[in-house]
Design a protein around this ligand. Structure first.
Ligand SMILES: *Cc1c(COP(=O)(O)O)cnc(C)c1O
Length: 409
């Protein structure tokens, strides 16, 4: 038999979402009439904005003409999109980023999963706890960790606890690491890293030769005066990579488009101590393994920045953030302690009466027929917490809040 990658066998049993589905399906089978409301998985529900649909239609029509046909595009994105992104998301907001520092992809999941490939196979890694599982599992698959313990923590990874006591803002790692993953606005806690904290991270990374992998997939959901990009901090160009996605912000979870920003100044070290451009390795990787995002999808992404597109997309974000506010207000009346939900479409709550995350999941499913996400699925420090997503239709969200309230009353 062919030998397979043993590191995959270290992955802690069952990804979180299959287990949620399993329990939900078991409940449905036992209770055929129950109308379950899902506020679990972070997926958008509102239909595609008309301006985006129109742009995609036009791009497809163009491809069906002799003059407009295009085959393979540039692996890292068409110039029209890279220029539009650099101008609108950075330059117009006072942040210097050039179009060729934008690398367009089919998703931030893939980008945040693939980025570790260009680091040394024995590079050291720090992650927050709780954490978006992709950052951890991809480093496990690559062999950068030992086995998991009973709480799901892998040997060799540095975990940075995010607790109620530290406001869900992790302390700096105790020893230098090659790479650290930060997510702000955070999935799952809904907390945004403020400017002074980001400055601390940038100073630390520069002093220690570390690279910050900054996931800003939810930056458009920020409503207060908080940083949208790590590149708002001086010095970040020498120590950070940023991930952004159209998935949650513009309803592209099914269409697929995202981008990664790698400044030209960002360098790493080879085994002989020489400096190497990070962007150059990423481009090499992308050109070897990827043939680019489809043309109609890149035109759709461009339309997100048009005047009409911007308004439509903002209306959808406002809709979700109104849901978040309704959830926060509703739960406040029940006496539950909540976090997040103001600058992110996630509400992170403390489970009541000492219940653990899965016990609260089962209670909510059985008594309220509402599905959320157990905090323990995001890490050991997520135990005793629970995530509710604001991605839902208004009537469903309102109904869920009522049912949760009466189930607790
Ligand atoms: C949803 C999400 C993404 C975006 O993933 P896509 O592959 O672009 O759909 C990235 N990071 C986090 C933390 C997310 O929750």
């Amino acid at each position: 038999m062919a030998r397979l990658n043993d590191h995959y066998l270290k992955l802690a049993a069952g990804y979180l979402f299959p287990e949620i589905s399993r329990r939900m399906n078991a409940f449905s089978e036992a209770n055929p009439g129950a109308d379950i409301i899902k506020l679990g998985i972070g997926d958008v529900v509102l239909p595609l904005a008309p301006t985006i649909r129109q742009a995609m239609h036009e791009a497809i029509d163009e491809l069906a003409t002799p003059e407009g046909f295009r085959g393979y595009g540039p692996s890292e994105g068409y110039d029209f999109l890279r220029e539009t992104i650099a101008r609108n998301d950075y330059v117009d907001r006072g942040v210097r980023i050039e179009p060729d520092e934008i690398h367009v992809s089919d998703g931030s999941k893939c980008d945040s999963a693939n980025i570790q490939e260009i680091f040394a196979s024995d590079a050291t890694v720090a992650v927050t706890d709780p954490v978006y599982p992709v950052y951890v599992d991809t480093n496990v698959m690559a062999g950068r960790t030992g086995e998991a313990d009973e709480t799901g923590r892998y040997a060799g990874l540095e975990y940075l606890p995010c607790t109620r006591e530290n406001g869900f803002l992790p302390a700096l790692p105790e020893r230098p690491v090659d790479m650290v993953y930060l997510c702000s606005p955070n999935n799952p806690t809904g907390v945004v890293t403020p400017r002074d904290e980001l400055r601390k991270w940038v100073d630390w990374a520069r002093a220690n030769g570390s690279i910050i992998l900054f996931d800003a997939a939810y930056e458009r959901f920020i409503t207060e005066d908080l940083p949208h990009s790590i590149f708002e901090i001086d010095g970040a160009r020498e120590c950070a990579i940023e991930f952004r996605s159209f998935s949650k912000t513009a309803g592209f979870t099914g269409i697929r488009c995202a981008y990664i920003v790698i400044p030209k100044e960002l360098e790493g070290r080879d085994s002989r101590g020489g400096s190497v451009s990070v962007a150059q390795l990423w481009s090499r990787r992308t050109n070897t393994k990827f043939n680019g995002v489809s043309y109609p999808v890149q035109r759709a992404a461009e339309a997100v920045y048009s005047e009409a597109g911007r308004k439509e997309v903002q209306a959808n974000i406002d809709y979700y953030m109104t849901n978040a506010r309704l959830i926060l207000d509703g739960l406040a009346k029940t006496g539950l302690t909540t976090f997040g939900g103001v600058n992110a479409p996630y509400v992170w709550l403390k489970t009541p009466n000492g219940l653990d995350s899965w016990q609260f999941f089962d209670q909510l499913l059985e008594k309220a027929h509402v599905v959320g996400t157990p905090g323990s699925g995001f890490g050991a420090h997520g135990e005793g917490y629970f995530r509710l997503s604001a991605f839902g239709l208004r009537e469903k969200v309102e109904e869920a809040i009522e049912r949760i309230s009466s189930s607790l009353g």
